[in-house]
Design a protein around this ligand. Structure first.
Ligand code: PLP
Length: 406
């Protein structure tokens, strides 16, 4: 017997990405057949898949330099080190992000200085100025968490005025833009992830991009180039390496040719995938805006985001109601994540659970925003009808709660 409409359970998994495209599989098989998986294992005159991918990604972004890495977290670590972060250097970062961000700062020896977020889920400029002043920090690792892009004109102005080097964490904004300019081109460097849940999928992987030749030379050396840096394509001239090659330890974190091979065809499909994500996002956004009690953040018309996930707030619910809402959705197959829990769970963790960080002031505004913030993945294995079903489940769980309260 089919279930009544308002008790329907959504059955598709929120973690199922699309398969790797056939062209990418064929490329991977080719690499496995010849066996030269290490990026520096090339035949005379051969350009490795990793080097080709770097060149193609640099071209896509419109920058001269790109380094393919073992992960996005590694790219952030190496970007910070290459930009000059050393033991004890303060690094500003927004407190709503994923744990690899403070982890990368720690790995680079830096001291994370956490900055509040606003109800648009982006960094709070007033607190940024305050924390920059108090800490004297000259680095900002700005995480475009869940694809929400802050006013980049304001960020760049603050950074320039205060002499702060901006590094963008574009793990969730690959393919996105601000005022038509690609996310990842606003600071001295940008980092991307190609981990399974991101916009291109190689299981694990990442990119570091920059326009700064010395920063890139250091990054290539850090990544473990074994002095084979002349096999890179999207990298500066040999002379730049001569300046830095003996001063940079090898922190081994290269991408291999197998992953690069499966990413190259995916890069050609990226913009089309972003378009499809935004179609799903629009269906969810339009549907959720009609549900009483649900608040979606205001997004600037200057922001061309990639809707590979959606966030909304339920500010009128009490804590107990919010918990029963999450539980109700989970029972009906709608997997919502919550970054406000005191106890980290799965991929989510609140900033105060990163106890390895230097002691921080409390961030009451961020806590408040996170306390009612719901986060949902939108895999491309969903279609628009799935999105409509999800909205129905959310609306009916909220409605049933209202009924219980009466
Ligand atoms: C916001 C954000 N930044 C950076 C990363 C780091 O990516 P990776 O998992 O490739 O290290 C992630 C990964 O989930 C992320 O969500």
């Amino acid at each position: 017997m089919s279930q009544p409409e308002d008790k329907a359970v959504f059955t598709k998994p929120f973690t199922q990405q699309e398969p790797i495209p056939e062209e990418a599989i064929a490329k991977a098989v080719e690499v496995m057949r010849h066996g030269r998986l290490h990026r520096y294992n090339t035949l005379e005159g051969e350009v490795a898949e990793a080097a080709l991918l770097e060149d193609e990604f640099a071209t896509y972004l419109g920058v001269p330099y790109c380094l393919a890495c073992a992960s996005g977290g590694y790219a952030m670590h190496v970007a910070l080190r290459s930009a000059g972060v050393e033991q004890g250097t303060p690094v500003l970062t927004n407190a709503y992000t994923l744990s690899p961000v403070p982890g990368a700062i720690d790995n680079a020896g830096g001291h994370a200085v956490l900055v509040e977020i606003t109800d648009r889920y982006t960094i709070d400029f007033v607190d940024l100025e305050r924390k920059a002043e108090a800490s004297g920090a000259k680095f900002l690792l700005l995480s475009h968490m869940r694809g929400h892009i802050a006013d980049m004109d304001a960020i760049v102005e603050i950074c320039q005025r205060r002499g702060i080097a901006l590094i963008e964490d574009c793990a969730h904004t690959m393919g996105a833009r601000w005022k038509g300019r690609k996310s990842g081109t606003f600071g001295i460097a940008a980092c991307f992830s190609t981990q399974t849940y991101k916009h291109m999928n190689s299981g694990e992987g990442g990119f570091l991009t920059t326009t700064d030749p010395e920063l890139m030379a250091r990054a290539v050396m850090f990544s473990g180039s074994y002095m084979l840096y002349d096999r890179h394509v999207a990298a500066p001239d040999k002379d730049v390496f001569l300046e830095v090659r003996l001063d940079t330890p090898n922190y081994s974190g290269r991408m291999d040719n197998l992953r690069a091979a499966i990413l190259r065809p995916q890069l050609r499909m990226l913009d089309e995938k972003c378009r499809r994500w935004n179609e799903l996002y629009r269906t969810l956004d339009e549907g959720l805006r009609r549900v009483p009690g649900v608040t979606l953040p205001l997004r600037s018309p200057d922001e061309d985001y990639v809707g590979s996930s959606i966030q909304f707030s339920l500010n009128a619910l009490s804590e107990a109601q919010f918990h029963s809402f999450l539980a109700g959705c989970a029972e009906r197959g709608v997997d919502l994540k919550w970054f406000g829990a005191a106890e980290p769970k799965g991929f989510t963790s609140r900033y105060d659970s990163w106890r390895y960080l230097p002691p921080q002031q409390d961030l009451p505004q961020t806590r408040q925003v996170l306390s009612r913030l719901c986060d949902m993945r939108v895999p491309l294995t969903f279609d628009e009808e799935d999105c409509r079903q999800i909205v129905k489940v959310i609306a009916s769980v909220l409605k049933a709660m209202e009924f219980e309260r009466v």
